[in-house]
Structures are given as C-alpha cells and as structure tokens.
Write a protein that binds this ligand. Structure first.
Ligand code: G3H
Ligand code: 13P
Ligand code: ZN
Length: 346
C-alpha cells in the first residue's frame, strides 16, 4: 500500500466533518508511535517533516521508515507531507523522495524569516502548484504570518502587530483562486513552540492564554465553505506534560498552548489539518528525563526511547486523534494513488 495523497485525506475529512492531526517527525520512535496510535484508533493520519527534519534524518532514512510504516499498516491512510517548504527546489526534492504533499510557505522569503509581499507569495505558491499537481501531489500554502518564530518578534506582539500579521479573509479568497492550492494555512495568532502567549495579566503577572482570532476562520469558511484550512502551532502544551519535564530537572517556566476546544471550534468551521509538533517533543523529553532521574544507572537507549515512544502515543497521539475526530475513519474510503490524483487535477 503506497502513501495516500493528502488531498484525499482532507476531502474525506471535510465530508465527515472532522480534522486530521499532522504530526512532525524526525526519527523512528515518533513514526512508530503515530502509527501505533493510528492503528489503535483506526485513524487516517498525516505525517510531516520539516526541512530541518529532512536534514537531521538524512532524507533516505525517513523515506525508508515511512515505507515501513505503510507496509506494516496497510489499512491506515497515511499522507507524507513537507512542512514549511521554503522554495520550489525543496518542494521538488520532497516529491522526488516520495512525499504525497508539500507545503510552500510563501508567506516568507527563502531565508524563512523575511516576510514576502502578497504578490511574491502568490507567484511562488502557484509555481509549486503548477509543478506538483501534474504529479498528483497536494499543495498547502500559507497566507499571513504566524506568531513567534515566523515574525521574528517572539510570540509577544502588541495587539496592532498581531492584527497586521493575521490572514485577511477577502485576500484569502483571492489567494486560493489565484494559486489553485489544496489547503490554506491561516494565521490567526497561533505560534510555534511551547510559549504561545506573550500576554500577562498586568496586575498579577499571571500568563494569559494566547488571543486567537477564531472569527477569521469563521469568516473564511463562510466565504469558501470548500476550502480546507490548516491550523499551525496547534500544540496544546498540556500542563501535565510540562510538569513532568520540570519535575525531572527541566526548566520550562511560563509555557502556554492552544486549548483543544479552540481547535475543535476551528474544525467545525473548515479546519481539516491540525499541526502538532511541540506536544510530542514534550512527551518524549519528559519520559526520557524521568528514566534518567529515576534510573541513573540506565544507559541502554531502549530503556529511555521505549518509554518516550509510549508516552508520545498515549499522552499525545491517541488523545489528539480522538479529539480532532479522525478516530474511526480509516476504513471509510478506498485509497487513491498519485496517478488517480493526476487525473483529478487534469
Ligand atoms: O514548523 C515548525 C515545526 O515544529 C518543525 O520544527 O523546523 O524545528 O523541525 P523544526
Ligand atoms: P506546534 O509548535 O504548536 O506543535 O506547531 C507545529 C507546527 O505548526 C508545525 O508546522
Ligand atoms: Zn507550522
């Protein structure tokens, strides 16, 4: 069973009214934990790798691990997606490697830092669509700039700055029409990482939840009910996971994530792909720290990577697959091939 085009997974999610977690991977334990969770909950799933992940895993290793994942789980629809591709060349490389979906993040220039103009974003995203669709490969684009890493200011923006970076619903409609993309990543005030809130109560100093512009998602969905939206920066950064890290020698004060209820509200209004990376990093780190603290004599990597794999599966992937609604939907449809997708686009 080959990898499934991401477009089919998103179309089916729209039909069923659910969201699909897109989980970042860098190594075997993460891939295995995701597949075990998908198999147990009977979930379609998106596995994604950033440019950094491709470099870290030296590409061919990731490709072979993904081949093993689909071979072992022929009943689970799995899409392999490039997260935050920064150029046509990177997207091409991922497709050559066998990815069934790519993100062209044209909101930023190739350096991954400088914001592009709207026209530059349209141009590069359309070029990637023109290259990918004839091969049956799905394309995600991004409009607006995510908080935190992407805007270069950290997550602590002023209200005006945040507003200027958010996705404009009218422009979103123009962007989708001009580029012909399959999935639109929207900027609504989320940011990558474990510190998603720059807001503090001025009196108590207590950290407040990040202010999300959920109404932008509602408005985009009203304008384009068939547009598949993507929520980046969607880790919930649960206190239980951070507490484990801190209890066993970590130092992560002041973390904050996106409550699952807000993601579910997005899913009700057209969000079909939900990006989660940080939560699995936290689960893995906490489990490893715990083994090191409790068994200082341990030095067999299986003794700490095994519990890390189990923690990611139990504390992140299984609960998220249930919360996003993808659980139980793996067997709803026959899987399409990239060749069939070529015909769809043509
Ligand atoms: O886009 C952010 C993802 O969490 C991937 O992060 O670039 O450190 O692999 P990374
Ligand atoms: P988190 O950092 O919230 O997990 O977001 C991941 C992401 O958006 C990957 O593209
Ligand atoms: Zn992202």
């Amino acid at each position: 069973m080959p990898l499934v085009p991401m477009r089919q997974i998103l179309d089916e999610a729209a039909k069923g009214g659910y969201g699909v977690g897109a989980f970042n991977v860098n190594n075997m334990e993460q891939i295995q934990a995701i597949m075990e969770a998908a198999s147990e909950t009977k979930s379609p799933v998106i596995i994604q790798a950033s440019k950094g992940a491709l470099q870290y895993s030296r590409m061919i290793y990731l490709k072979k691990l993904m081949e093993a994942a689909v071979e072992e789980n022929p009943d689970i629809p799995v899409a392999m997606h490039l997260d935050h591709g920064n150029s046509l060349e990177t997207c091409k490389q991922a497709i050559e490697l066998g990815f069934t979906s790519v993100m062209m993040d044209g909101s930023l220039a190739e350096d991954g830092k400088t914001p592009n103009t709207y026209e530059q974003n349209v141009e590069i995203t359309k070029r990637v669509v023109d290259m990918a669709h004839p091969l049956g490969v799905t394309v995600e684009g991004e409009l607006g700039v995510l908080g935190g890493i992407e805007d270069g200011h950290g997550a602590g923006l002023s209200a005006d700055e945040v507003d200027a970076h958010l996705t404009d619903p009218a422009q979103a409609e123009d962007f989708v029409a001009k580029t012909g993309l399959d999935a639109l990543a929207v900027a609504i005030g989320t940011s990558h990482g474990a510190y998603k809130s720059g807001r503090k109560d001025p009196k108590t100093g207590e950290i407040l939840p990040p202010a999300l512009a959920m109404e932008r998602i509602h408005q985009i969905h009203e304008r384009m009910p068939n547009c598949h939206m993507v929520m980046h920066g969607s880790s919930s950064v649960p206190k239980e996971l951070v507490d484990i890290v801190n209890e066993y020698g970590g130092n992560m004060p002041g973390t904050f994530g996106i409550p699952v209820e807000q993601i579910q509200d997005g899913i009700k209004h057209g969000v079909r792909k939900v990006n989660v990376d940080t939560d699995s990093r936290l689960a893995m780190t906490g489990a490893i720290r715990k083994v090191f603290a409790e068994k200082p004599e341990a030095f067999d990597p299986r003794k700490y990577l095994g519990p890390a794999r189990q923690a990611m599966k139990e504390l992140v992937y299984v609960p998220r697959m249930i919360a996003f609604g993808q659980a139980g939907h793996a067997g709803d449809y026959e899987f399409m091939t990239l060749d069939e997708m070529k015909a769809f686009y043509a």
